[in-house]
Design a protein around this ligand. Structure first.
Ligand code: NAP
Length: 428
């Protein structure tokens, strides 16, 4: 056990939580959508938490950026501070981080864990970038790091991977990890225009004012890096990952899926193959009746295939203040499970060379269809089916690796055809 990776892999197996005191002093960083909901849950659920878990949770300090913003009526205003140093100096048993981003979240996390405290966070960006370092810090100082709410909001997927499933050897983790894009794609399935679907998602609080990280697949990428870390023991930043979002033309993506008899979904997947672990976040045309096609609106779903235990499917609300705060609360009062993976040598991350069928669609101009066909032929990509619908032409390929498609796209892109590409998992 001498290499950094081995030490850090080992560090995923965190020590059991320190004995929970009867009164749990909690310092909360961030009181927005998630933090505010946690304040309400703690207030209204105090009696039940005491009865079921034997602890009295007492908020001792709440860090925010702006003093004047409206806060939940349940929050004692005297607890609010905008002074980071005063917050860090607070004597708390658990620090809950619900700010987001890396700065100052990383400083808060390092300080809490370096003092042997428990840190509970909803922050996927922080864990995707610094998870192994923070897990190691927790282990060294006998603190504890929990981040159930960072992936798939209210679905206990981290617990599933850390607990029993982690012992059985994971073969594949796959799912829909971004509620915003799933909500939009479902609306497009129903015939909505993209602009209206996005506006609806924003009005319902499922999409931020700037949804770029959701649409581009970056948000799902952070979450997949965390799941692959727990499933395979690969450092989140070392995973070799292909990322394509639902931008720039979600309407065409949904129309292509309809034409092929399936549903377009932004699928995040990491699989252990014979050569190593591959990963991708990309649009996939999936069967309507399967677990991914049936996942609609802001819901998330995670399928975990274990080598000896078959597969399980976890689904539920992927985001939103309520579900996310309830996962924070579960970490807060219980501590999470322990284990990620047996101590075996972790597999290596490798490029994804698996073969799939792909749908490439172009808008037909005088010459576009011919260019699409010629380019695929020149890149050595056999086409099995070509469908036309209105002004679109959709070519479905035989199974080939992404590298061939990428080559074809470079040529097509150069000719400004802006093809939309999805992986195809329906029979055409
Ligand atoms: N919203 C969801 O559905 C959801 C789901 C899963 C995970 N998460 C994660 O939960 C975390 C919080 O998300 P959110 O939606 O609750 O965000 P939010 O509504 O924007 O709230 C962020 C909070 O952090 C405070 N804050 C921001 N920068 C700060 C700084 N430099 N110093 C001190 N306080 C600062 C803000 O203070 P002010 O209020 O004073 O501005 C606000 O109270 C993120 O990591 C996010 O990825 C969110």
């Amino acid at each position: 056990m001498s290499t950094l990776l081995e030490i850090e892999n080992d560090a995923i197996r965190l020590p059991p939580p320190p004995r929970t005191p009867r009164t749990l002093r909690v310092a909360l960083a961030g009181c927005g959508t998630v933090g505010g909901e946690l304040v309400r849950l703690l207030h209204h659920g105090a009696a039940e938490i005491r009865a079921r878990h034997g602890v009295r949770v007492r908020l001792v300090r709440v860090l925010v950026a702006h003093r004047g913003r409206p806060r939940p009526a349940e929050l004692d205003p005297a607890l609010l501070t905008t002074d980071l140093d005063a917050f860090l100096a607070e004597d708390a048993d658990v620090v809950v981080e619900a700010i987001g981003g890396v700065d100052p979240a990383l400083r808060i996390a390092r300080t809490a864990l370096g003092r042997g405290r428990r840190l509970v966070t909803a922050n996927k960006a922080l864990i995707a970038a610094h998870g192994p370092e923070l897990a190691l810090l927790a282990r060294r100082h006998r603190g504890r790091l929990d981040f159930e709410s960072a992936v798939a909001g209210g679905i206990p997927v981290i617990r599933a991977l850390r607990d029993s499933l982690g012992l059985t050897g994971i073969a594949r983790v796959r799912g829909i990890l971004n509620g915003t894009t799933n909500f939009i794609l479902t609306r497009l399935d129903e015939g909505w225009r993209y602009a209206d679907a996005l506006a609806d998602a924003q009005a319902r609080g499922f999409a931020e004012a700037n949804p770029a990280r959701d649409l581009s697949g970056e948000d799902a990428t952070d979450k997949l890096r965390i799941l692959a870390w727990l499933a395979f023991g690969i450092r989140p930043d070392a995973l070799v990952l292909r990322r394509r979002g639902i931008d720039p033309d979600p309407e065409r993506l949904a129309a292509d899926a309809r034409l092929l008899g399936g549903a377009a979904r932004l699928v995040a997947e990491s699989v252990e193959t014979e050569s190593g672990v591959v990963a991708a976040v990309e649009p996939v045309i999936v069967p309507l009746a399967g677990p991914l096609g049936r996942t609609r609106g802001e819901e998330n779903v995670v399928l975990i295939e274990s080598r000896s235990n078959g597969g399980i499917t976890l689904s539920g609300p992927g985001a939103g203040g309520g579900p996310t705060a309830s996962s924070l609360l579960a970490d807060l009062v219980r501590g999470a499970g322990r284990l990620a993976r047996p101590a075996a040598e972790p597999p290596v991350p490798v490029n994804d060379t698996r073969e799939h069928r792909w749908a490439l669609s172009v808008v037909r101009t005088i010459h576009a269809a011919g260019v699409l066909d010629r380019t695929l032929a020149r890149a050595g990509v056999p086409t099995s089916t070509v469908l036309a619908d209105g002004d679109r032409r959709v070519a479905v390929t035989e199974p080939v690796g992404w590298q061939r498609i990428d080559l074809a796209l470079r040529v097509l892109g150069a000719e400004l055809l802006a093809p939309v590409v999805s992986r195809v998992e329906v029979s055409v």
